[in-house]
Design a protein around this ligand. Structure first.
Ligand code: HBI
Ligand code: FE
Length: 289
């Protein structure tokens, strides 16, 4: 899930792959897609998305009249946690991505999907990146975690451990769940930006829901083409930040000798919130739907 590492920036992009968002170029159709997706999510997220996400959505007033202007949104975001959103053409090389995160800049694709792609698209577009990722950046602890992830990413690249770190990102920032007094809640961007996975991740009997553990996550492969077969649950954002601040050194030394854990496996050491029956994946997933 990233651009070729040695790629050079596309024409018109700066050395750090940033481009101007070109807000004035969005068509009425583009804004209409944003509003359609926003309306759909606002119907399914209450009672499913975590409080921090819903508060972030309000704080940034992301509904507006369509696709937000990154400059204006970044002014509000900077005042809250020092983060800003920079426009990029799509996925950027890992080292560029980590460099931005380590400097509290979130790289967001400036394009939006077409009306016939509402449910699924290959690359993250502005709805996935901004609606999915940015509200959580208004939470000071999560903001610190994302910067720590960026710094960890640079180190992991140096150690050749990027694929393990990518799993941490995938099972938290993209597809993470958290405990709350009212039950499990969603904070992962890949889930909150998808109507169908918002429901699947919390309600469906198919996937496993297991307690988050750093090593466990780093040993677990993930799906890039369909709903996840396992979701990991953090106790709190504070506990996630604490895990990230731990020196990964010891873990990186151990990981190469540890085998991957099968994606639908449940270990005796796992904290089990739900042991799924994997009916969705066994039936062939999205393709069979
Ligand atoms: N680039 N724009 C963008 N957005 C991402 O989420 C992203 C990326 N490049 C690499 C990447 N994610 C993942 O490989 C990270 O786990 C590194
Ligand atoms: Fe994402």
């Amino acid at each position: 899930m990233s651009a070729d590492r040695n790629a050079s920036p596309p024409p018109g992009a700066a050395a750090d792959w940033t481009i101007s968002q070109g807000w004035e170029n969005y068509t009425a159709e583009d804004h209409g897609v944003w509003l359609t997706l926003y309306e759909r999510q606002s119907k399914v997220l209450p009672g499913r998305a975590c409080d921090q996400f819903l508060k972030g959505l309000d704080a940034l007033d992301l509904h507006g009249d369509g696709i937000p202007d990154f400059e204006r949104m970044s002014e509000k975001l900077r005042a809250l946690t020092g983060w800003s959103v920079v426009a990029v053409p799509g996925l950027v090389p890992d080292d560029v991505f980590f460099e931005h995160l380590a400097n509290r800049r979130f790289p967001a694709g400036n394009f939006i999907r077409k009306p016939d792609q509402l449910d699924y698209l290959e690359e993250p577009d502005v709805f996935h990146d901004v609606f999915g990722h940015v509200p959580m950046l208004t939470d000071p602890t999560f903001a610190d975690f994302m910067q720590a992830y960026g710094e960890g990413g640079r180190r992991a690249m140096g150690l050749g451990q990027l694929h393990n770190l990518a799993r941490l990102y995938w099972y938290t920032v993209e597809f993470g769940l958290m405990r709350s007094a009212e039950g499990l809640r969603i904070y992962g961007a890949g889930i909150v930006s998808s109507k169908s996975e918002t429901v699947f991740a919390l309600d469906d009997a198919s996937p496993n829901r297991l307690g988050f553990d750093l090593e466990r996550v780093m040993r677990t492969p993930y799906r890039i083409d369909d709903f996840q077969q396992v979701y990991f649950v953090i106790e709190s954002i504070e506990s996630l930040l604490e895990a990230a601040m731990k020196d990964f050194g010891g873990l990186y030394a151990r990981l190469p000798s540890l085998k991957d854990i099968p994606i639908e496996g449940v270990l005796p050491t796992d904290g089990v919130f739900h042991h799924g029956d994997q009916h969705y994946a066994h039936r062939g997933g999205r393709k069979a739907a």
